[in-house]
Write a protein that binds this ligand. Structure first.
Ligand SMILES: C[S@@+](CC[C@H](N)C(=O)[O-])C[C@H]1O[C@@H](n2cnc3c(N)ncnc32)[C@H](O)[C@@H]1O
Length: 368
């Protein structure tokens, strides 16, 4: 498929703004495609024939608007999600489009539904008011009657949103997990805990790469553990049941945190303000206080703001905006900002791994 290279990120002048608009509309079509689960239907289309809109809809959704779905699919062609074959009436999935099925291990369908879905959208619309200083609280607090994001997700009617959010977290790990895992020697440790480890994707990637690690624990809030404790990500990688388990608890409560040689905090600290980050880090240190003669190592994995000109900074500053929207006083930070937080919590920054995947990694140990 040929179209002019008009990404708003790479062009200047009037074309930039029109491109922003056109991309937004293609994105709306891709969001609709994801929301309606069209890939789950199109995956069954014969590759030499494709499906017409009527065949996509089948008998189960006779009320769907055929003309509108056809127009959505035509727009999705330009997003590289579907192709038309033979004529402009038959569609097949592209390789990227086939990643949008509900059961694809990338969880890209969840990612798109999270990024463009109603919660992110309604929260994002609050941003101008937040800058103007009108009203108080993060975007999510403003649209949920004052709840923070993780309290909101713990509500019994938000289970589907938790599933979508968590799938989107897996997408990040599927994109860069192997790069992160191979740039640090995690094989030095016998036991590891992934704090806020969610579905367990990243811990499973670590255990798969370092069979010498004896045991790994996914630690997360009860409503998350309840959904994912069957360990699908570990099963997928054929990691023996004895090597992993899920533990529910609150990281702010040091007595709930199991002991380990090393702790991973991936995409955790950027969800919190400075004082909460210090509390989280201190909580991990306190949990290990009575471990005489043992050093505790932590790994902070986040989109770290690197010195000017670093390749990953555009993604980091983009993610920083959604942190500000979805979480109270949350932000991406520089290496030096993390160093200060670590020091306040009794840790020493030992090594920076500027991987830029776009995540980078900071290794720190408890100061004795
Ligand atoms: C942004 S997600 C990152 C998930 C995972 N680490 C990853 O990188 O894919 C943050 C995770 O922290 C968990 N979390 C938030 N507050 C927590 C708390 N107080 N105690 C334990 N886990 C928490 C959330 O439930 C969520 O799974």
């Amino acid at each position: 498929m040929a179209f002019a290279p008009i990404s708003p990120l790479t062009v200047d002048g009037l074309s930039k703004f029109l491109s922003i608009g056109y991309h937004h509309l293609i994105n709306q079509a891709i969001y609709t495609f994801a929301e309606l689960g069209i890939a789950d239907r199109l995956i069954h289309a014969p590759s030499d024939h494709g499906f017409t809109v009527q065949e996509i809809i089948g008998d189960d959704q006779p009320q769907w608007n055929r003309d509108l779905l056809y127009r959505i699919l035509r727009a999705c062609i330009y997003g590289g999600i579907v192709e038309s074959i033979h004529d402009d009436k038959h569609f097949i999935l592209t390789a990227s489009g086939s990643m949008m099925t509900s059961d694809h291990p990338s969880h890209v369908r969840d990612f798109i539904r999270l990024v463009f879905g109603p919660i992110s959208n309604s929260c994002s619309l609050q941003l101008p008011n937040m800058v103007r200083g009108e009203g108080t609280g993060s975007g999510i607090a403003r649209v949920s009657g004052g709840m923070d994001m993780y309290t909101f997700m713990a509500q019994p009617d938000q289970q589907e949103f938790v599933r979508i959010f968590s799938g989107a977290m897996t997408t990040f790990s599927m994109q860069n997990g192997s790069e992160l895992v191979t740039n640090v020697d995690f094989g030095r440790f016998k036991t590891m805990i992934d704090i806020g480890g969610n579905r367990g994707t990243f811990l499973a990637q670590i255990l798969e790469s370092y069979p010498s690690i004896q045991h790994g624990i996914v630690f997360d809030l009860p409503h998350v553990i309840d959904q994912f404790k069957n360990g699908e990500e570990f099963e997928l990688r054929k990691i023996h049941k004895d090597k992993w388990n899920f533990v529910s608890g609150n990281v702010f409560d040091s007595s709930a945190i199991p002991l380990a040689d090393a702790y991973v905090l991936k995409h955790i600290l950027h969800n919190f303000d400075d004082s909460q980050c210090v509390k989280i880090l201190s909580s991990i240190r306190e949990a290990n206080e009575n471990q005489k003669g043992k050093s505790t190592t932590i790994f902070i994995i986040d989109h770290i703001i690197l010195p000017g000109g670093s390749l990953s900074n555009w993604q980091t500053h983009a993610l920083d905006v959604i942190m500000a929207i979805l979480f109270e006083n949350a932000r991406e930070r520089t290496q030096d900002e993390y160093k200060q937080l670590l020091k306040k919590a009794g840790f020493e920054l030992k090594q920076m791994y500027p991987i830029q995947a776009p995540d980078s990694i900071i290794e720190a140990i408890v100061i004795h």
